[in-house]
Design a binder for this molecule. Structure first.
Ligand code: ZN
Length: 335
């Protein structure tokens, strides 16, 4: 994988329209130097295996999980009545959308090669209904920041959310990480992916098998916004991702390997994204679904009487105040 210095340097070569066959050259990793420990955690009510590294919880190589939503013990449901179990899960999240198709962002002043960020944003804006606006005082925003690899959260998580970019992350990798931030999962994790690909579990690095589960298997929320797996998707991993032995980990149904690209959104990517974020006619204003809450005030939200304090929700239990979060249609204890 992209854990050695050599493959990091190779990342610089891929910002072109050429197709590349070896996935490890261009797929994104949150941390390139060291492999973290594989840990079992609970996220959004489901048990899953993640990589833990320097306080980050990393899923599928470059997806960050919000630490305050990760628990080492089974999360208790505060209020079960309205719990909604998502029926289909796959390539894009059904929650965590950016209101009004607008992503607010800021860029770390010291970030190297800011042009790749502006180019990636321009690519998104000219091909989809998503708009990017430089943040002034908005509380929910993407922060492009220097990191040891390329990584992102999936969907709008609330508050500041980092997209990390090392020097080696190209414009194409930045387009991919923005894809996560607006809500896309990896293409090979679709629920119907077994109709299109075969996973060669015997070739996967030991401890990395969790990266090859579908989102349904991992209990993540989502839906399919296109009809079939797209090998050309900028979110697709390559045939050799996480290979232990140089043999392919993902092949087509006929056993052959395939090329992936990190130059541009594919036409299927654009189709899926625009059905997640339908366009608005010019001049119309869509009202934000997220109301403004005042710190120190009490509200009834999704059927639970909760206190807003410093941007978080608190619920009074017989043990005192507990931080709660609303995830996948249910209130849960955050810690
Ligand atoms: Zn990714």
């Amino acid at each position: 994988m992209a854990c050695s210095k050599d493959s990091v340097e190779e990342l610089d070569l891929i910002d072109s329209s050429t197709q590349i066959t070896e996935a490890e050259d261009i797929t994104e990793m949150a941390h390139t130097e060291v492999n973290g420990n594989i840990t079992e955690v609970f996220f959004a009510g489901s048990k899953m295996l993640v990589e833990q590294h320097n306080g980050d919880y990393i899923y599928e190589g470059d997806i960050l999980l919000p630490p305050d939503m990760v628990s080492h013990e089974e999360v208790k449901v505060v209020f079960e009545k309205n719990e909604i179990v998502p029926e289909t899960k796959s390539v894009g999240r059904t929650s965590g959308r950016w209101p009004n198709n607008t992503v607010y962002y800021a860029i770390e002043s010291g970030l190297d090669n800011k042009t790749r960020v502006y180019d990636a944003i321009k690519h998104w804006e000219s091909n989809t209904n998503i708009k990017f606006v430089e943040r002034t005082s908005q509380s929910n925003y993407v922060y492009f920041v220097t990191g040891s690899g390329c990584s992102s959260y999936v969907g709008m998580i609330g508050g500041r959310q980092n997209i990390t970019l090392s020097t080696a992350c190209s414009t194409g990798n930045t387009i991919h990480e923005i894809g996560h931030a607006i809500g896309l999962w990896h293409e090979q994790s679709r629920v119907d992916r077994d109709n299109h690909i075969t996973i060669n579990f015997q070739n996967i690095q030991s401890g990395r098998e969790h990266n090859f589960k579908t989102y349904e298997e991992n209990g993540m929320d989502g839906d399919e916004f296109t009809t079939h797996l797209d090998f050309g998707s900028i979110m697709m991993y390559g045939s050799y991702s996480f290979s232990a032995n140089g043999q392919p980990t993902i092949v087509k149904k006929d056993g052959s390997t395939y090329s992936i690209q990190r130059s541009a959104l594919s036409s299927e990517d654009v189709k899926g994204i625009n059905s997640m974020y339908p366009g608005t006619s010019p001049g119309t204003t869509v009202t934000t679904t997220e109301p403004e809450y005042i710190d120190g005030e009490y509200y009834t939200v999704h059927g639970l009487y909760v206190l807003r304090y410093y941007g978080q929700w608190y619920y009074y239990t017989r043990y005192g105040w507990r931080t709660v979060i609303y995830v996948d249609g249910a209130w849960r204890y955050a810690y």
